[in-house]
Design a protein around this ligand. Structure first.
Ligand code: FE
Length: 352
């Protein structure tokens, strides 16, 4: 697995020597020289604020970030086909269920880092250190405040209740966000009660699933439905973004943080781990540690309205206005192992 590193060593050394000239760090430590300058990041996140953050990491460490973008399943397939020759050092994506897919395909390796385990609570990361949740989001309910009282939608059970027959908008069953939510319900309620819930959800659908979470929020505003499932950051971005029409939507459509089994809202993460065959392993860990730092946590939250995964970091505006809720303490690492069961319950209920 280190073959590749050794192979490129002469080129890397030459580059270091010619770039630094005399008096700069010597090239006698071959391993350091080979690993000094780069980390290859496979990421399913595409935020401008993330790119600015990687520039900041480069400024602080001298480590250049090569960004390879794709959706999670594309990047997982790519890493799988690249095998031991994969240049991937770090894999980053949204949703613990998607991180688990990479873990389950043996594409991530355990990382031991006190910086990471100090910064990130145990329930937001893989117990074996193969991935770390860096940012949090809640999967919750947007509702029409002219038709729905907040108390009518403060539990997950109520999403499936007869009160909302034909009045629910929700995206498709293949969304990993929904698979993770249903996995969490199975964990909390068991499979039978969750199966009943999925049947209630299907009965409540105002239309067959279409579009993303923001489309569901807009459909509530348009009167297509009274409630919708959404991730928190989509709503917060609409309420605070550039688009005047989206801001207007959030005048009527409000956000509820339902409680699961009396313990709080369903939480998920975006995060990352070190790739199984990372040629620049130390740099990979440094990048993850940087992303868990207060500076990076604040920047990510300010940029895309997730909540910091590191509880010591205050939530910056405008997201802080939505941060006063109870988060369910369940480990997000259980969503992946429940994914197949969730899929089969949803499919049996007719949730397409
Ligand atoms: Fe998303």
């Amino acid at each position: 697995m280190h073959m590749r590193t050794k192979f490129i060593l002469p080129v890397a050394l030459a580059a270091v020597v010619s770039a630094c000239g005399q008096g700069e760090p010597s090239a006698t430590d071959a391993a350091d020289a080979a690993d000094a300058g780069v980390v290859n990041l496979y990421t399913a996140r595409h935020y401008d604020s993330d790119r600015a953050l990687y520039d900041r990491f480069t400024e602080q460490t001298g480590i250049r970030v090569n960004i390879i973008e794709g959706n999670a399943d594309q990047l997982i397939a790519r890493m799988g086909s690249e095998g031991s020759a994969s240049p991937a050092d770090v894999f980053i994506t949204a949703d613990a269920g998607a991180l688990w897919r990479a873990q389950n395909a043996n594409l991530l390796q355990p990382t031991t880092s006190e910086v990471l385990t100090d910064a990130i609570p145990a329930n937001l990361r893989d117990p074996q250190g193969r991935w770390f949740g860096l940012n949090r989001r809640a999967r919750i309910v947007a509702y029409d405040s002219t038709k729905v009282q907040p108390a009518e939608i403060d539990t997950y059970e109520e999403i499936a209740s007869p009160r909302f027959r034909g009045k629910l908008c929700v995206r498709s069953a293949d969304s990993v966000y929904n698979l993770s939510l249903v996995g969490a319900l199975i964990e909390a309620w068991g499979p039978e009660r969750t199966a009943e819930w999925t049947r209630g959800v299907v009965a409540n659908m105002a239309r067959p699933p279409e579009g993303g979470d923001r489309d569901q929020i807009r459909a509530v505003n348009a009167g297509v439905c009274e409630i919708a499932l959404t991730n928190s950051y989509y709503y917060i971005r609409m309420a605070n973004g550039e688009d005047a029409a989206d801001r207007a939507v959030t005048q009527k459509v409000k956000l509820s943080f339902p409680s699961l089994a009396g313990q709080g809202a369903h939480i998920n993460v975006s995060g990352g781990g070190v790739a199984a065959n990372a040629p620049n392993r130390e740099n990979a860990v440094r990048l993850l540690e940087f992303l868990a730092s207060p500076e990076a946590q604040t920047a990510v939250s300010a940029g895309n309205n997730e909540f910091p995964g590191n509880p010591a970091v205050p939530v910056p505006a405008p997201t802080n206005a939505y941060a006063d809720f109870t988060a369910h303490p369940m480990s997000v690492a259980i969503y992946g192992p429940r994914q197949a069961e969730a899929q089969s319950l949803m499919s049996a209920a007719g949730w397409r």
